[in-house]
Design a protein around this ligand. Structure first.
Ligand SMILES: [Zn+2]
Length: 268
């Protein structure tokens, strides 16, 4: 198995201070991969900067300019108090998107079998015109768009197992049938961002191509895996995706401070 591992020093320079979404997340991943001697078997890739045209595949131009200006002008946040900005935030966000785009292209061209993108800032809360929930540009949504628009894929599956609902990703594709968005997350009545109810199933031509599986607080491994096996897998097998993207937020872990699901490494 030829697995790509995308990381870049810029991701450590998106400075969010003592916020839980900080550079230590990526340092911990890398250290563990090193100590377990996994890193030496991966193809290490730095990725690249996304272009303004690539960001504009899904985002308004104003968002691109706002993130750039916020970084250049030393603003401390953009759009909401939890979207913390530093001097390198804009470059890091472009590198995050560019890395995911390069990763899907490399897999598509069969130069890699699969890839893990250890990038930040994260992306799945970012809306078309709005930074939100630590996210500026929606990397995984842009990857799905790149696959369908530029590389000709027809059935892209996004599985988002972050504990928070991927509102941005859902909204960008909920009226389309070429990208199937599936999300497990903590019940929106008790968890940010307050969307992701089971009744949200897509709209118009996208009806049936959004599937939300909200889970009660304190859900543990067995109940989670039971839901995935019986509620999700049959759907995914029926959809028969030609490319699979995973929004791999690990904050449903029982030790994560931001939410209340109780998963362990075993479930992941
Ligand atoms: Zn999250």
């Amino acid at each position: 198995m030829n697995t790509g591992f995308y990381s870049h020093p810029l991701f450590l320079e998106h400075d969010t201070g003592s916020h839980p979404e900080n550079a230590e997340r990526l340092i911990a991943i890398r250290n563990r991969l090193e100590s377990e001697r996994i890193l030496e078997n991966l193809e290490l890739r730095p990725g690249r900067q996304a272009t303004s045209g690539e960001i504009a595949m899904l985002h308004n131009e104003t968002l691109f300019d706002e993130v750039r200006q916020a970084s250049e002008e030393g603003m401390r946040t953009l759009h909401s108090p939890d979207c913390i900005v530093s001097e390198k935030t804009f470059s890091a966000a472009l590198q995050a998107v560019g890395s995911v785009l390069e990763a899907v292209e490399e897999v598509s061209e069969q130069r890699l079998d699969n890839a893990f993108c250890a990038v930040r800032p994260p992306g799945h809360h970012a809306e078309r015109d709005q930074a939100m929930g630590f996210c500026f540009f929606n990397s995984i949504a842009l990857a799905a768009e790149y696959l369908t628009r530029r590389l000709g894929y027809r059935r892209v599956l996004i599985f988002d197992f972050d504990v928070h609902h991927g509102n941005g990703t859902q909204h960008l594709f909920e009226e389309r049938d070429d990208v199937f968005f599936v999300s497990t997350h903590q019940d929106p009545r008790s968890c940010y961002p307050g969307t992701g109810y089971a009744r949200e199933t897509g709209r118009g031509p996208g009806s049936g191509f959004t599937r939300n599986l909200p889970l009660p607080p304190w859900t543990e491994d067995a109940a989670y895996l039971d839901q995935v096996e019986h509620q999700l897998l049959p759907l995914l097998i029926e959809y028969a995706p030609d490319f699979i993207l995973v929004s791999a937020g690990f904050d449903a872990h029982r030790d994560d401070p931001l939410a209340s699901l109780n998963l362990t490494e075993r479930a992941f």
